[in-house]
Write a protein that binds this ligand. Structure first.
Ligand SMILES: *[C@@H]1O[C@H](CO)[C@@H](O)[C@H](O)[C@H]1NC(C)=O
Ligand SMILES: *[C@@H]1O[C@H](CO)[C@@H](O)[C@H](O)[C@H]1NC(C)=O
Ligand SMILES: *[C@@H]1O[C@H](CO)[C@@H](O)[C@H](O)[C@H]1NC(C)=O
Length: 230
């Protein structure tokens, strides 16, 4: 049902960038994607719930990127979640509780886990070493399509984290990613060996403190009236 309806609707609604720029309701959201990243997440409290995540990121400000996160190796790609990425400077302004929702990117970068498929090595080095190394990400996944085999997104969003050391991820999981993108994580890791590593600030990677942060439905009994409607 959906495909037929959408093919008609799409033909009527494809707008040129010139038209988009004049739209009073704002851009669609996907335009301006400047960065395509693949990396690994795990569900908070379940380091073995491994996710290969494709990030499509736009720049919101000097201190923040926002990324739509998709799963890999399916067409169309399933929208798996969102990631907000902020600089050290922005992270420093957060209180201790908020910081615990964020993960550091230092190890994701030095390990070679976080990649930008198809970019030249010199560009990779600049983006990773000058831009992303000191950043922190806050990511919620809404659909663990790859793990749950569910054709419908089930349940509530899950807070996910990033790996911070060797021997945390199944080596085979990294190998499969490498094959998919035609990259070699070991070589990428070596090419980044000279990147200056800033300290990870207190609060980030909260699982290391032994805190498992997960979301749950709050189901309260309440009045069904709309008090503002007289
Ligand atoms: C999902 O399917 C794959 C492939 O058939 C299987 O290996 C995996 O165990 C399944 N996962 C779940 C959570 O059912
Ligand atoms: C990846 O690169 C490393 C270091 O050059 C090499 O030892 C390894 O065999 C490579 N792996 C693959 C699958 O090509
Ligand atoms: C919320 O609680 C009510 C009352 O116990 C229950 O009937 C309902 O199914 C619950 N909803 C969810 C989503 O858990």
């Amino acid at each position: 049902m959906f495909p037929q309806i959408f093919s008609v609707a799409l033909a009527a609604s494809l707008l040129s960038p010139v038209v988009l720029a004049t739209l009073p309701f704002g851009h669609y959201g996907g335009e301006g994607t400047v960065l395509f990243l693949n990396g690994f997440h795990f569900v908070s409290g379940h380091s073995d719930w491994e996710i290969s995540a494709n990030h499509h990121c736009v720049i919101l400000s000097e201190d923040m990127l926002q990324c739509a996160v998709y799963n890999t190796a399916t067409t169309p790609a399933r929208l798996a979640g969102i990631e907000y990425i902020i600089t050290t400077k922005a992270f420093e302004t957060l209180d201790f509780e908020e910081r615990q929702l964020w993960h550091s990117h230092v190890y994701e970068i030095t390990s070679g886990y976080l990649i930008e498929p198809n970019l030249p090595a010199s560009v990779d080095h600049t983006i990773m070493g000058d831009v992303l190394i000191g950043t922190y990400g806050k990511t919620f996944h809404t659909w663990r399509y790859d793990q749950q085999n569910s054709s419908i997104p089930m349940g509530v969003p899950e807070l996910v984290m990033g790996y911070t050391g060797d021997d945390q991820i199944t080596p085979d999981f990294v190998t499969k990613r490498d094959e998919l993108f035609g990259v070699n994580t070991t070589e990428i890791r070596e090419s980044r060996a000279d990147i200056q590593v800033p300290p990870v600030l207190e609060g980030a990677d909260s699982w290391k403190y032994g805190f498992v942060l997960s979301l749950g439905l709050v189901n309260e009994t309440t009045s069904t009236d709309f008090p503002l409607v007289k």
